[in-house]
Design a protein around this ligand. Structure first.
Ligand SMILES: Nc1ncnc2c1ncn2[C@@H]1O[C@H](COP(=O)(O)OP(=O)(O)OP(=O)(O)O)[C@@H](O)[C@H]1O
Ligand SMILES: [Zn+2]
Length: 517
């Protein structure tokens, strides 16, 4: 048997689709990295990529299928499932509803972060009901030429009317459904015409005939209020990141039918993955299966899962990346700085791992993991998080007398966090409990931040001062901790140079901190 076929057979046995996980740093957990230079290079590369010529076809077929997905394939979003079950009931027994004179929603809006299973839920509804699933993305409606989007909407609903009962799914509805009059997302007239056509279609059909329109978005805040009026998308369902039990359920769904080693405890993995979405967890299981294949074993072991968690969080290890001794030393001190500040400061999440092996875009990384899921963070916790972000540069400054550009990513994260604390969470004593949120549509256009707050110039100046002050305080705190603990910093950095990666436990042993602290 050829090598490729052998690998394929193994892939099939482990239920794997060969796809590399992309790193996702949008988790609740923090990833402190020395990856600034890498990041910059990648940005520049992306910018220089040639833009594909725009080609446009008048008639675009709708993607349609009869879904084989069922509610069994969706986990961790129980409330959303319950809400959709009522709609399923309606599709199955419309007469029961009309006998009661009950009005059933024509449109359902699913909203929540990317990858939480919105598309999957819509497909599962169609699968359960055994009705056709007509699927189109809002971005496909938005065209440069006036009238094209509107005619696509017409075609979609025409097809739906011919196929009743059916489910029409419009993904990324914000692409077409942004508030009118903002002139964002495609040409102004075109998008408004498309949106108007959608409103006309929604008003035009009779829900009793059995067309249910489901739309999904990550940005419900930008939608035109007309879309949310009764008789349109009047049922709104949040599809959020799963909690601990939800993550366990999703892991069970994705490991179904895959060979798992005896000692593999999915609960441990669920505990280690707060902030992961369903898509991240699916990715994680797939990565673990790929790692098992690479090791040549017959089943997925705990180690594969553990490594897969790190991969999904921070990208694959790049052991082959050659680092000069100077860079290695710099990375070791930088990461040791994050780790040390994280260990010694109160109100921080426990350090899970610190490493100078580059992963994804990061030169090295320090991972923290909350002991349990938390949804709210206090000012002290956020300030500690800010301080840990400056631990890297503070250590560089102390060890080498100056900082490098390796802390770029930390600074981006820190600036954004400080801005949120001041402008969104009301955590500045000078400004008080008030929000100065940027107007989203202008941020979308990438204009300068200062122009975009709904506030006077004087307040804008105070906002800047407050952000600056927070950052300086956090920076000073990080420097103070590092300065007072030089021996410990050297100890961690040297240990990293020797062993490359240290677990939270090993760090505690190194610093003689009891395990339960
Ligand atoms: N709740 C979940 N249960 C099981 N698998 C999930 C769940 N959420 C996501 N997944 C996995 O992730 C994949 C992608 O999810 P899906 O496309 O439904 O997310 P989405 O919320 O629609 O994201 P986007 O907003 O980016 O379109 C699914 O095909 C599935 O494999
Ligand atoms: Zn860093």
């Amino acid at each position: 048997m050829s090598c490729a076929r052998l690998v394929f057979k193994r892939l099939k046995r482990l239920g794997v689709y060969p796809k590399v996980a992309t790193s996702n740093i949008g988790f609740q957990l923090m990833l402190y990295s020395a990856g600034g230079l890498f990041y910059l290079l990648q940005q520049i590369q992306n910018r220089n990529k040639p833009v594909a010529p725009v080609c446009r076809s008048q008639a675009k077929p709708h993607k349609r299928d009869t879904s084989t997905v069922t509610f069994m394939d969706v986990a961790g979003v129980d409330e959303a499932k319950q809400e959709l079950e009522e709609i399923l009931e309606f599709i199955r027994h419309p007469k029961r509803f009309s006998a009661m004179g009950a009005r059933v929603p024509k449109g359902v809006l699913l909203y929540g972060p990317p990858g939480t299973g919105k598309t999957l839920l819509a497909k599962a509804l169609a699968g359960e009901a055994g009705v056709p699933f007509l699927n189109m993305s809002g971005s496909e409606f938005v065209e440069m030429f006036v009238g094209v989007g509107a005619s696509r909407v017409r075609d979609l609903f025409k097809e739906a009317r011919m196929k009743t009962p059916c489910i029409v799914f419009i993904d990324e509805i914000d692409a077409v459904g942004r508030q009118r009059g903002t002139g964002i997302g495609g040409s102004h007239d075109e998008r408004e015409q498309t949106l108007n056509q959608l409103l006309v279609e929604m008003d035009g059909f009779n829900a009793k005939k059995g067309i249910v329109v489901i739309a999904a978005t990550n940005r419900p805040d930008v939608l035109d209020p007309a879309l949310l009026r009764p008789g349109r998308f009047d049922r709104q369902i949040v599809v959020d990141r799963p909690d601990l039990k939800g993550r366990l359920d999703i892991l069970q769904v994705h490991t179904r039918g895959k060979p798992l080693a005896n000692g593999l405890d999915l609960m441990v993995i669920a505990r280690r993955t707060p902030g992961f979405t369903g898509a991240d967890l699916g990715n994680l299981v797939n990565e673990a299966a790929l790692l098992a294949i690479r090791r040549g074993t017959k089943c997925i072991e705990m180690n594969d899962m553990e490594e897969a968690v790190d991969r999904v969080m921070a990208g694959p290890q790049r052991k082959s990346r050659v680092m000069s001794n100077k860079d290695k030393k710099l990375t070791a001190y930088h990461e040791a700085g994050h780790a040390l500040v994280g260990m010694l400061l109160p109100h921080t999440d426990p350090i899970h791992k610190v490493s100078i092996i580059s992963r994804g875009r990061a030169g090295g990384y320090t991972l923290t993991l909350p002991a349990e899921d938390h949804y709210y963070q206090t000012r002290s916790e956020l300030f500690s998080q800010l301080t840990v972000l400056f631990g890297g540069q503070a250590a560089e400054a102390l060890a080498f007398g100056e900082v490098s550009n390796g802390g770029y990513n930390d600074l981006v994260q820190a600036t954004e966090l400080a801005r949120k604390m001041v402008c969104e969470y009301g955590m500045s004593e000078v400004l008080g409990p008030i929000t100065y949120v940027r107007r989203k549509e202008q941020v979308f256009l990438g204009r300068d931040i200062l122009e975009n707050r709904d506030c006077s110039e004087k307040i804008a100046g105070t906002i800047d001062n407050e952000i600056h002050r927070l950052i300086q305080d956090a920076c000073a705190k990080a420097e103070e901790i590092i300065g007072a603990n030089i021996k410990k910093l050297n100890l961690i950095a040297n240990s990293l140079l020797q062993r490359e990666t240290l677990s939270g436990e090993e760090l505690k042993n190194l610093l003689n901190i009891p395990a339960n602290q």
